[in-house]
Design a protein around this ligand. Structure first.
Ligand SMILES: C[S@@+](CC[C@H](N)C(=O)[O-])C[C@H]1O[C@@H](n2cnc3c(N)ncnc32)[C@H](O)[C@@H]1O
Length: 225
């Protein structure tokens, strides 16, 4: 078996080590060895954009927020489904993720971040929600963590708390849609989304296109009109 190649690594402010590796044409992003993302399993990232924008919403969203750039699969699909007038803002916590997408990952999607519709903002997506205020977004896609019950980064606790859900609800335009990626099915999270006023549907999604089962869940949460 071919060994994997270290493409880049960086120490994060909390002392953990972020690494980008390549193996057999696929990339992985790890924090202290723990897998954050792999280009082998991207079907749910793409499905997230479909859930947010396909169907009746297709071509209607003018302002879209994506929480977490990762390897850019969600962003790519959002751009495919959007009009030339749409503005897509991507909030990314880790500057190296953005830098490495530009430097080392052009083979995945080309110069995605140079699309004139895209603005990349470094920092926590929560700050951006606050900055832009109420009724700012047609769609908000949050793939910042593994979900409320499988959280990896404790700094994201607030985002998935009741206050965090309310902030997302307020930030959406009436009729707007939020989609949360979740590693697991989480009835309690779904109930909390309902409690803050969303109309919610949960759908199982496959990690890769020919996977046998839908191992992840997308929570599609609509703000009532
Ligand atoms: C699983 S990846 C996202 C994958 C992405 N959907 C894709 O298509 O490749 C999660 C990303 O969210 C970022 N992240 C985590 N918490 C965040 C936060 N609070 N605000 C912004 N970005 C965050 C991580 O650094 C990572 O790049």
């Amino acid at each position: 078996m071919k060994p994997s190649k270290l493409v880049a690594e960086a120490k994060l402010p909390d002392g953990s080590l972020l690494s980008l590796r390549e193996h057999d044409g696929h990339h992985t992003l790890r924090v202290d060895g723990e897998l954050l993302m792999t280009t082998r399993a991207t079907a749910s990232e793409t499905a997230m954009a479909d859930s947010a924008l396909a169907g009746p919403a297709l071509g209607k969203a003018r302002k879209i927020l994506i929480g977490g750039l990762g390897f850019g699969y969600t962003l790519r699909r959002v751009l495919e489904l959007s009009t030339p007038e749409t503005k897509v803002v991507v909030a990314e916590l880790i500057p190296q993720v953005v830098e490495w997408n530009r430097q080392h990952l052009q083979s995945l999607h080309g110069p995605l971040l140079d699309d004139p519709r895209v603005e990349v903002v470094l920092g926590d997506v929560r700050a951006l929600l606050e900055r832009e205020g109420r009724m700012a977004w047609d769609a908000i896609l949050l793939d910042t963590d593994n979900g409320a019950s499988a959280m990896v980064d404790r700094r994201n606790k607030q985002l998935y708390s009741d206050d965090g859900l309310k902030a997302v609800h307020k930030a959406l335009k009436p009729g707007g849609r939020a989609v949360y990626w979740s590693a697991t099915r989480d009835e309690e999270f779904q109930a909390r989304l309902r409690e803050v006023g969303f109309l919610v549907e949960a759908s199982g999604v496959k990690a890769w296109a020919d996977a046998k089962r839908a191992s992840h869940t997308l929570y599609v949460a609509d703000r009532k009109r």
